[in-house]
Write a protein that binds this ligand. Structure first.
Ligand SMILES: [Zn+2]
Length: 332
């Protein structure tokens, strides 16, 4: 489906298609967890659907329900005119052999003049050889071929590739729209959709994943433990061992919301303006007995570490977490 916060992007591409000005290479970019890949699948259906739908609004609503042969094949990822290029395993690189497949695929004679669509996701996972190979394909557009590159981190792509694609931005959805959607998706109506969305960088699909993977429990236990550490009641080494399974970035993001909330309370903000409102009493209490300057330093440290992990530096996870927790203890 096209999500309610993607109407503008949908309209933009629909207009391009109507005017026969659909670019041969598109780059879908923006924060993770807003549904860019789902949008690409849906847009592919628009290009290949056997029931061409008449107007913009109709397409937006009706394409979601279409069950024609082409739409069914696309949903099942078995349509012969659609090629999905993804890493073999999550986190791995997209390799040059996979990109060679792209040029073979789009140079095949098109069946009945139909579109041939390649979706590369995440495009920033292409290694250097793969990027170079793709560049050749981008430089020699083949008629009827549409390349869709999807990325959460456009800055990791070479400028030569960026400049050859039309960029379609998928910004952070409007909070009200995202909360309304999320409320209808959550397995339990008593869950705080706003809190979960805020903990997921405002990205609705990331928020849903957050809930279904039982991450709220991890977060709750982590914050309990951080509170325990602040009173020197928890052993950081033992705690670090328990936190091994949590994704490093997820852990850092949790700790960043924790320290940001703490600093907000220390600078006089109301308890209902913080993200982790369910931990407001504990945070307020820590705020009473810790220094703003120490907390600011700790936040800087977290941000620096986050930047290093994002740029691909590999840390020994156990040591990293132990170090983090000990620094937090020293901070309070
Ligand atoms: Zn269809």
């Amino acid at each position: 489906m096209v999500f309610p916060w993607q109407k503008e992007q949908w309209h933009q591409l629909w207009q391009a298609l109507l005017n026969n000005r659909l670019p041969h290479a598109l780059l879908f970019t923006g924060i993770a967890g807003t549904g860019k890949a789902e949008f690409a699948g849906h847009f592919t259906r628009l290009l290949l659907c056997q029931n061409r739908l008449p107007t913009d609004t109709d397409v937006f609503n009706a394409a979601a329900q279409c069950t024609c042969h082409a739409c069914r094949l696309i949903s099942g990822r078995t349509h012969p005119n659609v090629l999905w290029i993804e890493p073999d395993k999550e986190g791995q690189a997209i390799k040059v052999d996979q990109i060679r497949e792209v040029s073979e695929f789009i140079n095949q004679t098109s069946l009945q003049g139909e579109y041939r669509i390649v979706i590369i996701n995440p495009a920033d996972h292409m290694n250097t050889n793969a990027s170079n190979a793709l560049l050749k394909t981008l430089e020699e557009p083949s008629s009827g071929a549409v390349l869709i590159l999807i990325t959460d981190q456009a800055s990791h792509l070479p400028a030569t590739i960026l400049s050859r694609c039309q960029h379609i931005m998928f910004p952070r959805p409007q909070a009200a729209l995202a909360i309304e959607w999320l409320k209808n998706q959550l397995p339990d109506s008593s869950m705080d959709a706003e809190l979960i969305l805020n903990l997921s960088n405002g990205a609705p699909l990331a928020a849903l994943e957050f809930v279904t993977k039982e991450i709220p429990i991890v977060r709750h236990d982590l914050f309990q433990a951080l509170y325990g550490l602040s009173k020197h009641e928890t052993d950081p080494i033992q705690l670090a061992a328990q936190l091994q399974d949590i994704d490093s970035l997820r852990l850092l993001d949790f700790m960043l919301t924790w320290i940001t909330d703490l600093l907000r309370l220390q600078s006089g903000s109301e308890k209902n303006t913080i993200i982790n409102r369910d931990f407001a009493p504990q945070l307020a209490e820590i705020g009473q007995r810790s220094q703003i300057s120490n907390n600011l330093r700790f936040m800087d440290y977290l941000l620096q570490l986050r930047g290093q992990i994002c740029s691909g530096i590999n840390f020994n996870k156990t040591l990293m977490i132990e170090n983090l927790l000990i620094r937090w203890m020293e901070c309070v």
